[in-house]
Design a binder for this molecule. Structure first.
Ligand SMILES: [Zn+2]
Length: 139
């Protein structure tokens, strides 16, 4: 049964006209639901919780240079620090690019740690240059 749109009386589904008031009944009832909104794929999480993925990103971001240091002891790059950290840059970037489409929360957290690390290193280098230049100016 469905209610008549005009008088509100219940009308059998097979009727095309309301038997109470004669109003034509819509042939399709109920009206088709609006097209379902495009389903947003749920954000995939490594740990199952957003906070857990953020924490994991921070831990991985902080520990990966340390782990890299230990790995480099097993496979020494002839003590060349520039090669060592140049390679780490690409490994870290590759890891970030791999994780970004798969685990966006983790990747964003990891990316922030790496960017902070790069900013700290660049800041330290800049400070060294400033310190050196002031030293030379004073002598
Ligand atoms: Zn009616």
């Amino acid at each position: 049964m469905r209610p008549c749109l005009h008088c509100g009386q219940p009308v059998a589904p097979e009727k095309t006209v309301c038997p109470h008031c004669g109003t034509a009944m819509p042939t399709v009832w109920p009206p088709p639901p609006d097209a379902a909104p495009p389903s947003v794929p749920p954000v995939r999480l490594l740990t199952g919780r957003r906070g857990g993925d953020i924490a994991l990103g921070i831990v991985v971001g902080v520990l990966s240079p340390v782990v890299w240091q230990f790995v480099s002891l097993l496979f020494p790059v002839h003590g060349d620090l520039l090669v060592l950290y140049g390679l780490f840059f690409f490994v870290a970037l590759g890891g970030y690019l791999w994780a970004r489409p798969r685990y966006p929360v983790f990747a964003r957290s990891l990316g922030w740690i790496y960017m902070t690390g790069v900013a700290l290193v660049l800041g330290a280098v800049a400070l060294c240059f400033v310190a050196l230049s002031t030293m030379y100016q004073h002598h």
